[in-house]
Design a protein around this ligand. Structure first.
Ligand SMILES: C[S@@+](CC[C@H](N)C(=O)[O-])C[C@H]1O[C@@H](n2cnc3c(N)ncnc32)[C@H](O)[C@@H]1O
Length: 201
């Protein structure tokens, strides 16, 4: 796939999912924090056009919004953002972007599996190290029965591997979803997804 066809694909994805509500994993993580702490900083890795970022800002969090696609960040900034909000858009790959100390929540909805395995595992290590005790991760990982399993440049982990990676965390949500469906772009697909919210111990 060329870079321009990939970008066109993501632009169509943002268009298709525009105005969908925030992900349930993000909502559960934000609810678990209660009122945003005064130093509340969330890093949203693979933020897309801001489906979750809008909610993070609405709840008073400062947001570093990271996406590899410039179009995602353009669309995020064109949204009706809450007045006085603090958002820093960063055009970068999630496996390369530094995770600042002080981050309390790392949210990555449907984005971490879009890295090849070495990058996925290195990114997870960096998230683990950056989060303080009481900090949280929310997001999705893909399981081995997903019909995209085996695609180059993506990562799939078994239930056991996923739970192993979450050692050192209190797992607050671990929803396993497996179903036939269609992608937002209209292609038939078998989904195998882990929906995760975890608090660093
Ligand atoms: C499936 S979309 C999810 C967007 C948003 N998080 C949501 O839940 O609607 C995946 C997003 O991750 C971005 N992405 C894919 N691989 C990436 C990478 N290696 N680094 C940063 N962003 C990436 C894509 O550009 C896209 O915006």
């Amino acid at each position: 796939m060329t870079e321009s066809s990939r970008s066109a694909g993501w632009a169509a994805y943002y268009q298709q999912l525009r105005d969908r509500p925030p992900r349930k994993t993000l909502l559960a993580a934000l609810d678990a924090f209660g009122d945003a702490p005064p130093d509340a900083l969330v890093m949203d890795l693979g933020c897309g056009d801001g489906r979750d970022v809008i909610e993070e800002l609405r709840r008073g969090w400062k947001v570093i919004a990271v996406d590899a696609e410039p179009e995602a960040l353009r669309q995020l900034q064109a949204r009706n953002l809450p007045e006085g909000c603090d958002v820093t858009p960063v055009n970068a790959r999630l496996e390369e972007v530094p995770i600042p100390l002080g981050v309390r929540l790392v949210n990555s909805s449907f984005a971490m599996p879009l890295c090849e395995p070495k990058a996925f595992h290195r990114t997870w290590e960096r998230i683990r190290e950056a989060l303080p005790p009481g900090g949280r991760f929310s997001g999705q990982w893909y399981g081995p029965r997903d019909s995209w399993a085996g695609r180059p440049g993506m990562t799939f982990v078994s239930r056991e591997e996923a739970l192993g990676l979450l050692q050192g965390f209190e797992v607050e949500m671990f929803g396993e979803e497996e179903a036939d469906g269609v992608t937002p772009r209209g292609n038939a697909k078998h989904w195998h997804i882990f929906h995760i919210v975890a608090k660093k111990l």
